[in-house]
Design a protein around this ligand. Structure first.
Ligand SMILES: *Cc1c(COP(=O)(O)O)cnc(C)c1O
Length: 465
C-alpha cells in the first residue's frame, strides 16, 4: 500500500513513512492510494469475533506488509486488551430506544475515543524507531482529549519526547490534569495563550519549517496522522456487524471537530460497510454544517462551548474528504488550500457538494439543547452522557427513522466534563478507580505566548541539551 499527499507534490511513502511523517512535506495529508475493499463474506465472518480480530482484518491491508502479520497481530492484541481498555467488549453498544444505540468509546486509559488510535500509534512509533535506531520529537496540539491520550501512549517511551500544546484555560480540569500530572521526563506540557486553532497553527507552522522539522525529527500525533484515522475505522465495523451488517444498513451520528472520527466512518463505508448516512454533529462551531448547506467552507470565529473538544473552526481532516470529493486531484486541493490560507474560504464545486450531501448530513446543536438532551436522557433512561455525546444524540434525530439502525458515537466519559454534566442533570459523575486520586496528583506545565519562534526555541533547546 502506497500513501500519497492530498496536495499531490510530496513524495509517495509506505505505511511506515506516512506514520512517521504525519504531515506531508507539501503541507498536505497522507492518504492511501486506493481504499481496500472487504467483501460481504469477510464482513459477515466478523460476527462474534473479538475487537482485536476485527481490528486485524481492517488494519492489515493498510499496513501493506510493512510490519509482519504476526507482529502486527500481537501489537493489536496488546492494544485492545483488558489491561488497556477496561471493558470486555472494548467498544460496547448501549441500546437507548427501539432503533437507537450509543457506541461507548471511552473505556480506554484517558476516557475518550482518542485512546483507540493513540494506544496503537504509540506502539507503531516504538516499533519503527527501534528498527531505525532513531529518536522522535512529537509535537501536537490538543483541544483536550488528544493531549492526554497521546501523552498516555508515549509516556516513558525512551526514544520519544512529546510536546503537547493546549489552549490555556480552555480545557476542563480533568482534561488538563490528565496531561499535566504525567511527570515522566519525556513529556512536556505547554499552555499557549490562545485558542485551539492557534495551537494547531503553531504546530502546522513548525512542521512547515522543513529545516527545523528535520533537525529535531518532528512527528505528528494529531488526527493529521494517517494511522490514527485508520485505527478508528475498526469500531464502525465491530458495531455495525453486531447490529446485523452486512445484511442491515447502519447510520452513524458523530460528534465532530477535526473531522477525523467521521472520516474514519466514511472510509469504513468506502471499504464496503453498508453505512447509509453519516451525520456530522457539531456544536455552535459549525463550519462543516455551513459547508454542507452552502458549499462554502469558510472559517468563522471560535466559540467556547460546553463540548470544548469540538471548539474548532478549521477541520484538518476535511482536506482528506475534499481530496476524495475532487476525484483525488492533488492540484485541485493544492489550489483550494492556497485559497483557504489567503482568504479563509473554499468554494466547493456543485459536483463535490452533491457528492458530500449524498453521504453526510450535518446538524448544529447549541449548548442549551445539549443540556436538555443530557437532562432528558438522565430522566428517561437513567443514563449519563457527556456533552459531546449529547450533541451527537440530538443530531441523530435528523436521520430518518427507518430500517437503518441509528448509532451515536459516545466520544467521552461524562466525568471528563463533570461540571457541565452536573449542571444539566444534577448528577456528579465519578472518576473510575484508576483515576480516583487525579486531584491529589502533582501538576507540571509551562506557559508560552502564541509565538512560533518561542515554541521552536523550546523544542530545539531541549533537543540539543
Ligand atoms: C476529539 C473529540 C471529538 C472530535 O473528534 P474529531 O475526530 O476531531 O472530529 C469529539 N468528542 C470528543 C470527546 C473528542 O475528544
Amino acid at each position: 500500500m502506497k500513501y500519497v499527499s492530498t496536495r499531490g507534490q510530496a513524495e509517495t511513502l509506505d505505511f511506515e513513512g506516512a506514520t512517521l511523517a504525519g504531515l506531508a512535506r507539501d503541507g498536505g495529508l497522507y492518504v492511501p492510494d486506493s481504499i481496500p475493499a472487504l467483501s460481504s463474506d469477510v464482513i459477515r465472518a466478523m460476527r462474534g469475533q473479538s475487537y482485536a480480530d476485527v481490528a486485524f482484518t481492517v488494519i492489515q491491508p493498510f499496513v501493506g506488509g510493512v510490519i509482519d502479520d504476526s507482529v502486527l497481530k500481537a501489537m493489536i492484541e496488546e492494544t485492545y486488551s483488558e489491561t488497556v481498555f477496561r471493558h470486555a467488549a472494548v467498544a460496547p453498544l448501549v441500546q437507548l430506544g427501539s432503533n437507537d444505540w450509543l457506541l461507548e468509546l471511552f473505556h480506554g486509559p484517558t476516557l475518550a475515543f482518542k485512546d483507540f488510535a493513540l494506544q496503537l500509534l504509540g506502539r507503531f512509533f516504538d516499533h519503527f524507531i527501534a528498527k531505525r535506531g532513531k529518536t522522535l520529537t512529537i509535537l501536537g496540539a490538543t483541544s483536550g482529549d488528544t493531549g492526554s491520550a497521546a501523552i498516555e501512549a508515549c509516556r516513558g517511551r525512551n526514544n520519544i519526547t512529546i510536546y503537547m500544546l493546549h489552549p490555556k484555560d480552555r480545557v476542563s480540569d480533568v482534561q488538563r490534569r490528565q496531561m499535566t500530572t504525567i511527570l515522566e521526563p519525556n513529556v512536556v506540557n505547554v499552555a499557549i495563550d490562545g485558542t485551539f486553532d492557534d495551537c494547531q497553527a503553531l504546530v502546522k507552522a513548525s512542521f512547515n519549517d522543513l529545516a527545523f522539522r528535520d533537525e529535531v525529527g518532528l512527528t505528528a500525533v494529531n488526527s493529521i496522522n494517517w494511522a490514527r484515522v485508520m485505527a478508528q475505522i475498526v469500531y464502525y465495523f465491530t458495531s455495525a456487524v453486531a447490529l446485523g451488517a452486512p445484511d442491515r444498513k447502519i447510520s452513524y451520528s458523530v460528534p465532530t471537530g477535526n473531522f477525523g472520527d467521521i472520516y474514519a466512518g466514511y472510509l469504513a463505508r468506502a471499504m464496503g460497510l453498508p453505512i447509509e448516512r453519516l451525520v456530522i454533529a457539531t456544536n455552535s462551531n459549525d463550519i462543516l454544517a455551513r459547508t454542507l448547506q452552502t458549499g462554502l467552507y469558510a472559517r468563522g470565529d471560535v466559540h467556547a462551548t460546553i463540548s470544548p473538544s469540538m471548539d474548532i473552526q478549521v477541520s484538518s481532516n476535511f482536506e482528506r474528504m475534499m481530496f476524495d470529493l475532487s476525484e483525488r486531484k492533488g492540484a485541485v486541493i493544492n489550489a483550494y488550500m492556497q485559497d483557504f490560507a489567503a482568504h479563509g474560504q473554499i468554494q466547493l464545486s456543485a459536483t463535490e457538494l452533491e457528492k458530500a450531501r449524498s453521504i453526510f448530513l450535518a446538524q448544529q446543536v447549541d449548548d442549551a439543547t445539549t443540556k436538555t438532551v443530557m437532562a432528558q436522557l438522565c430522566a428517561k433512561n437513567g443514563y449519563i452522557a457527556d456533552p459531546h455525546t449529547a450533541v451527537g444524540l440530538k443530531a441523530a434525530q435528523a436521520l430518518p427513522y427507518g430500517q437503518a439502525a441509528r448509532v451515536t458515537l459516545s466520544t467521552a466519559h461524562p466525568v471528563k466534563f463533570g461540571a457541565a454534566v452536573q449542571d444539566a442533570t444534577g448528577v456528579a459523575p465519578q472518576l473510575p478507580t484508576h483515576l480516583q486520586d487525579l486531584y491529589e496528583r502533582e501538576e507540571r506545565f509551562m506557559n508560552l505566548p502564541n509565538s512560533c519562534d518561542d515554541l521552536k526555541a523550546l523544542v530545539a533547546g531541549r533537543a540539543s541539551a
